[in-house]
Design a protein around this ligand. Structure first.
Ligand code: HEC
Ligand code: HEC
Ligand code: HEC
Ligand code: HEC
Length: 433
């Protein structure tokens, strides 16, 4: 009797447990798929330009992005104080003679200043194309989708500007909904495709670098439509880029003193970094140093206060290096060496420009040799500018920076010798300083 009731009770318990399990499984199966993190507070529409709306779901990322408006600290060679590079180094006025950079060239600032700064620069004028907004606003992804990039680029800067209201923000790097990192700039998509690459197959760590290549790259405006193009068809090293510009016979301007057809480099941070630097080879991404993880109580998030890592070495370098003071001192040494070498290259360029001008004015000048001198000036200066316009004073890739500057100095001195040959007299050499 006792035994039977025990069996009945046990069976009953098992039946109830199985039934409960079935109910739980059915319930779970009918739940929406699990999302990472907390449930979204607001729904963000595709390509939403207003970062504040995204910020309601992601307050830590938004509040740190807001800091880029005022992260104006200056470092030895970088930082975000918008000082004039022309006042700091008057050689630049000679090097950019005849181009808009001769008039106005300031140090960059943090992401939220992008619109204010592009509108304030004296380099913008009536002829400026819409293309200049390409790296400045979260309104772009939506405008590119609506208009196509060709129409966007062709529109006058002032006209396009009436449709652009938001500085750099979430929609430049993330896809709403999934929050994954994406390529938003059609020019980057096209440049990668031309190299047979598809970013959709990239790893998460690769995306943490390529997302910056939406903007921190060398580019030019192709044709009358001023179509934004990255000169990457032959590769992204300086030699590949220089060769590409020769092949398409491109120039940004004619140098007003030497007469050479010149190229202005923009900010090839991505190209210099990925040219086999130690960190790149080790798999380190831009975000590792510029968007280090930060804690807010229990939450760990990426700081969106993108700035000079030198203002937060403990966070930016300390995740991988135990001796933070040592690596910081290495940055100082590297930057000092690159800076000295860079100035030596500038002196060689200024000397070449002066000699080419004198050769041009001399009575028996050989025009073919003079043109060779001009080509050498162009090739020397675009290499120098690759390092000068890059933002890390060589730190992103010290060996490559010094290699390129050595070649640039050599080419500048060759340009000067060619000017002497063209003139047939050493009288065109400038008097020693
Ligand atoms: C190993 C760490 C590291 C990596 C990786 C790295 N950077 Fe940097 N970056 C630095 C340091 C250090 C500086 C120099 C800052 C200074 O001089 O104040 C710098 C400078 C810069 C600057 C100028 C900052 C300023 O305040 O003037 C920009 C822009 C930049 N990096 C973008 C990038 C991009 C884009 C990538 C990836 C393609 C990248 N960095 C990868 C460490 C890094
Ligand atoms: C310049 C590019 C860029 C911008 C602008 C940007 N992000 Fe990010 N964001 C990143 C990168 C890089 C990561 C790291 C992603 C990873 O590790 O997979 C990241 C990570 C995140 C993450 C994942 C959690 C974390 O913090 O690592 C969230 C959420 C996020 N961002 C939200 C935002 C929001 C909201 C905005 C606008 C207020 C924004 N981001 C603007 C580049 C950007
Ligand atoms: C949508 C274009 C865009 C994207 C994407 C972008 N940047 Fe920038 N970045 C800019 C512009 C433009 C500036 C200069 C703003 C100014 O001076 O007003 C800037 C400024 C900076 C600065 C400050 C430079 C200084 O001298 O103070 C750093 C550092 C930087 N970016 C790093 C990065 C990194 C790292 C990434 C990728 C995680 C990235 N950026 C993604 C366009 C972009
Ligand atoms: C995500 C990890 C990571 C971060 C973040 C990082 N590094 Fe490194 N760093 C490495 C690795 C890996 C190496 C290569 C070590 C080796 O090969 O011995 C390296 C090497 C170096 C070297 C030696 C370079 C050489 O050519 O020998 C210096 C200097 C350095 N890092 C400075 C810095 C500074 C400064 C920062 C912060 C702005 C930083 N690193 C951030 C991983 C990192």
């Amino acid at each position: 009797m006792k035994r039977i009731s025990l069996n009945v009770i046990l069976t009953g318990i098992i039946v109830i447990l199985v039934a409960a399990l079935v109910v739980v499984l059915v319930y779970l199966k009918n739940q929406p798929p699990q999302k990472r993190g907390v449930a979204p507070i607001v729904q963000i529409v595709s390509m939403e330009p207003d970062s504040a709306i995204w910020g309601e779901n992601f307050p830590n990322e938004y509040s740190t992005l807001l800091l880029t408006r005022t992260n104006n600290a200056r470092t030895q060679y970088g930082g975000s104080e918008p000082y004039s590079k022309l006042i700091e180094d008057p050689r630049l006025i000679t090097l950019f003679k005849g181009y808009t950079f001769e008039k106005d060239y300031n140090e960059d600032r943090g992401h939220l200043n992008s619109l204010i700064d592009v509108r304030a620069t004296k380099r913008v004028n009536d002829k400026t194309p819409g293309t200049c907004y390409s790296c400045k606003s979260t309104d772009n992804p939506r405008l590119w989708a609506e208009l196509g990039m060709a129409t966007f680029d062709h529109a006058p800067f002032s006209e396009l500007g009436t449709r652009i209201n938001n500085p750099i923000g979430c929609a430049n790097c993330h896809e709403a909904g999934t929050m994954r990192l994406i390529v938003t700039n059609p020019a980057l998509e096209e440049a990668l495709t031309a190299q047979g690459k598809d970013w959709r197959t990239f790893t998460r760590q690769q995306m943490r670098t390529i997302v910056c290549a939406n903007c921190h790259v060398e580019y030019y405006f192709a044709g009358d439509g001023k179509y934004l193009t990255f000169p990457w068809k032959n590769g992204t090293k300086i030699e590949n880029i220089a060769q590409y510009y020769v092949e398409i016979a491109f120039k940004d301007w004619d140098h007003q003193i030497s007469g050479a057809p010149m190229i202005k480099m923009q900010h090839p941070d991505f190209e210099l970094y990925t040219a086999d630097s130690t960190h790149y080879r080790a798999g380190v991404s831009c975000a590792d140093c510029h968007m280090p993880y930060t804690r807010d109580g229990a939450a760990k998030f990426s700081s969106h206060d993108v700035k000079s890592p030198l203002s937060e070495v403990d966070k930016a370098c300390g995740a991988c290096h135990t001796d933070v003071e040592y690596v910081k001192s290495r940055v100082e040494t590297i930057q000092e060496q690159v800076y000295e070498t860079l100035i030596a290259t500038e002196d060689a360029l200024v000397a070449a420009i002066t000699s080419i001008q004198a050769a041009g004015a001399s009575p028996n000048v050989d025009p073919a040799l003079l043109n060779e001198a001009r080509s050498l000036h162009r090739e020397a200066q675009l290499r120098w500018d690759f390092i000068a316009a890059e933002n890390s004073m060589g730190f992103h890739n010290p060996e490559e920076a010094l290699r390129i500057l050595a070649i640039a100095t050599n080419l500048a001195r060759q340009a000067q010798l060619k000017a002497v040959q063209a003139a047939g007299t050493p009288a065109v050499l400038p008097a020693s300083p």
